[in-house]
Structure formats: C-alpha cells, structure tokens
Design a protein around this ligand. Structure first.
Ligand SMILES: Cc1cc2nc3c(=O)[nH]c(=O)nc-3n(C[C@H](O)[C@H](O)[C@H](O)COP(=O)(O)OP(=O)(O)OC[C@H]3O[C@@H](n4cnc5c(N)ncnc54)[C@H](O)[C@@H]3O)c2cc1C
Length: 403
C-alpha cells in the first residue's frame, strides 16, 4: 500500500503525522535534516539551553490548547508587559489587567499618558469575542498604530518596538489584524518557555509517531506524477502528498516563482554571566539607536535554562551581520556592567525566520492543480498557531479524500 508522504518534520509536518497516526493511516514523514522541529529546536551547550532563535509559546493560541499538553511541557512564564530602555535605564510598562499592583510602578515612567490608557481600554474592548489573525484589509500594523492616536512616547518607546519584536519586522508592514490578534494572545494567555526549551514542543508532537514512520536525513529534490524523488536518486510512490516545508522550498519543488516572497530575518546571541542577573523576568526592549531589538535573562524566567549560579541572556537583532563582540558591548553598556562579565556562547542567524504574510496564490494554485496539500505557517500567518493549524487541516483533508 502506498503511504501518504509528508515532506518536512517541522511543527506543521509533525502535527500532520501525529493526527494521521491517530487516524490509523499509512504514512511516511521525510525530513532533510537530522533533527525534528524545523525552526523550533533547542540544544544544550555546557548546561545552557539554547533555542534556535528567541521564541515563545503563546498559551492562548487555540491550536496550542488543542494540540499540546502544556502541563507536560512544564512551562515558565514571562511577565506580561515589558521593560523599555530610555534615558539610561529600564522603565516598566506592565499589563494593568494581569499585574494591577505592579502596574502602578509604571506610572510616572513617561512611557504613556492617561489618554494612552483610555485608548488601550478601547483596544481591549475590541479584543472581546472572535479576533481573526487576518481579516483581508490592507492597513498595516504600523499604519494602525499611528491611526489609533497613541502618544508619541507610547508609540515609539513601547508599541512599535514591542510589535517589531513579535513580528520580527521593523517596518511593521504586516496586516493590522495581527496587532489585535497578538494583543488578544498577550491579554488572555502567557508567553511561555518549556523547561527543556522550545524544542520540547516538537518532541511532544513526535512522541506518538513510531520511529519507522520518520526518515531523517532525507531530502526531497523533486516531485513527479505520484512520486517524490530523493537526493540519493530513490523514488518513493505516494498515495497523497503533504508538503510541510518552508514556503521557498515548496515553491522550488512545484516550480513556482519566489520573487514575491519576503523573508524576515533575525539573529539571537546567547551570553552567560555568573551570579546575579540584575534584570526582571520581563522582555527588555530597546526602542532606539542600538543594534538589539530586545533582550531577556532566560534563566530568570526559567532557571532550568542555565546551570546553578549562572545566568543565560538572549539578545535579538532584526538585522543580520552584527558581531558577538558588538552585542556583548551593547549588553554590558545597557545593563551597567563590565563587558567581560558576559561570555558569548553561540548565535543563531536565521535569514528566513518568518515569511511576510502574503496570499502565496501561485503556490497554492499550483499545489491544488497537482492535488498536493500544503502545510506550514506561511499558508496562514507566521506563528506556531498557524503551523499547528495548517498541519491539522492538511491531515484532515487527506483523510477526507482517502475515505
Ligand atoms: C527566530 C524565530 C522566532 C520565532 N518566534 C516565534 C514566537 O515567538 N511565537 C510563535 O508562535 N512563532 C514564532 N516563530 C515561528 C515558528 O517557529 C514557525 O511558525 C514554525 O516553527 C513553522 O513551522 P513549519 O512546520 O511551518 O515550518 P518549518 O519549521 O520551517 O519546517 C519545515 C521543515 O521542512 C524541512 N525540509 C525543508 N526542505 C525539505 C526537503 N527538501 N526535504 C525534506 N524536508 C525538508 C525542514 O528541514 C524543516 O524541518 C519564530 C520563528 C523563528 C525562526
């Protein structure tokens, strides 16, 4: 019996395989690298847990709640809000609904005015009920933030850098609906990291997939009628095909132009420091002038990310090409410490961290024409929510077609 073939063991491919396993389907998951997880991986270096790029799990994502056992992931939570670097120090802007008492610490920081709070209350009302991630309107996140009428300080020091960090997009040219969607996630859930690192999400999805149904180190190089071709020349017949690769790989395999695809880059640098970390368990934002978009002491949030008596710092840039030395100097400067208090561990430069939202129409049409199912975050919008949901939808469509 020919198997359903899934190409790519990132979150969307693992989700599709997991659901096909539950359905008792005959399938095979092919992954070109030697590790599962795609963009969601973690490794441990000398006792420090390094995620491949700073990422968080939003616990309120509907598909996260449906697909993952959050208790088993043993999550630690970021504080809700952020500390913003201005006038040489970090000022808090904390979520008044989640930390009403701590919120009073934010008053007088100069980050926001009373009018901003009234406007935020309007945004909060707008978040009640269903908030679609994409609503088809043309307005961008940046245009929406300008239109809502917030004060210059609140926009430039908090809202813009915060959303740039969430979307990995300094230009804020993603659809405005994502602003409301992500605000709702932050209001209703937590930004979290699992005890064993973000890679634990992929491991949990893979738990129920039998080893013989995953082939690692296998790169699909072509697709011809009813067959996938592998890099070593092997040809594998399939009954149905799910392409769960990155957008550009799917386009390459289907012979579709990628000229309209816009990648968003990021680089995360990890540093260790001995002793007291000196910052909070919130995200720390750098609105202006510097190289870093944001920084956190991950071991403050989740002590399992570093050995005892040691701290793990992440510093993320939204442009590639900065040296670890430059980031180390900036980190020391911002935290008022000596440069050699910090020791560089490793960095992850990811040119295609996310794909800018687009309809990917040619790709979707070509896949439909060839009866191939697409999964992957880009088919909706860049997020774990979309990766999980697209994997689910692909598996459901395949099962529907098979029965
Ligand atoms: C730095 C960074 C920060 C992020 N932050 C967040 C965040 O905070 N919150 C959030 O929700 N999301 C975040 N994301 C997005 C999230 O990680 C992705 O949405 C999700 O991992 C995408 O999963 P996927 O399955 O769609 O694609 P991928 O993870 O890209 O998986 C594709 C898989 O296909 C495999 N593959 C490719 N070509 C072939 C081939 N020819 N043959 C076989 N296999 C192939 C790849 O090796 C890979 O394993 C972030 C991503 C990055 C990189």
């Amino acid at each position: 019996m020919k198997p359903i073939v899934i190409v790519g063991a990132g979150i969307s491919g693992l989700q599709a395989a997991r659901l096909l396993e539950i359905q008792g389907a005959t399938y095979l998951l092919l992954e070109k690298s030697n590790k599962i997880g795609g963009r969601v991986q973690s490794e441990t270096v000398d006792g420090y847990v390094l995620d491949h790029g700073f990422q968080v799990l939003q616990t309120a994502y509907p598909e996260v709640q449906r697909s993952l056992d959050l208790t088993k992931l043993d999550l630690s939570y970021f504080g809700s809000g952020a500390y913003v670097h201005q006038r040489g120090q970090f000022e808090p802007f904390l979520n008044p609904l989640k930390s009403p008492f701590e919120f009073f610490r934010s008053i007088g920081s100069g980050l926001f005015s009373w009018k901003d709070l009234v406007l935020l209350a309007f945004v909060w009302f707008r978040l009640q009920g269903d908030v679609p991630a994409l609503d088809g309107r043309k307005e961008t996140v940046g245009e929406l933030i300008d239109r809502l009428g917030f004060s210059l300080n609140f926009k430039e020091l908090f809202l813009r850098p915060f959303m740039a960090g969430v979307l990995l997009d300094v230009s804020l040219s993603q659809p405005a609906s994502l602003f409301y969607f992500y605000m709702k996630q932050f209001m209703e859930g937590h930004a979290a990291i699992p005890k064993a690192g973000m890679g634990a999400i992929a491991s949990q999805l893979a738990e129920t997939i039998p080893a013989e149904k995953i082939r690692m180190g296998v790169s699909v190089t072509g697709i011809s009628e009813g067959c996938v071709e592998l890099a070593d020349g092997e040809r594998l017949e399939y009954s149905q095909l799910i392409l769960a690769t990155e957008a550009d790989v799917a386009a390459g395999l289907l012979g579709v132009s990628t000229s309209d695809f816009k990648p968003l880059a990021s680089e995360t640098f990890y540093f260790k420091a001995k002793g007291f970390c000196g910052v909070t368990d919130y995200l720390h934002l750098f609105p202006k002038g510097g190289r870093m978009a944001h920084m956190s002491c991950l071991s403050k949030i989740n002590p399992a990310y570093a050995p005892q008596d040691s701290c793990l710092f992440s510093a993320t840039t939204l442009a590639l090409g900065h040296s670890a030395k430059e980031i180390q100097q900036e980190l020391a400067n911002y935290l008022g410490r000596k440069e050699d208090d910090f020791h560089f561990i490793q960095s992850f430069a990811i040119p295609n961290s996310l794909w800018k939202v687009s309809d990917f129409q040619d790709l979707k049409e070509e896949a439909a024409r060839r009866n191939i199912f697409l999964a992957g975050d880009y088919t909706q919008f860049p997020s774990l929510q979309a990766a999980l949901a697209s994997g689910r939808m692909a598996a459901e469509r395949v099962v529907e077609k098979t029965n």
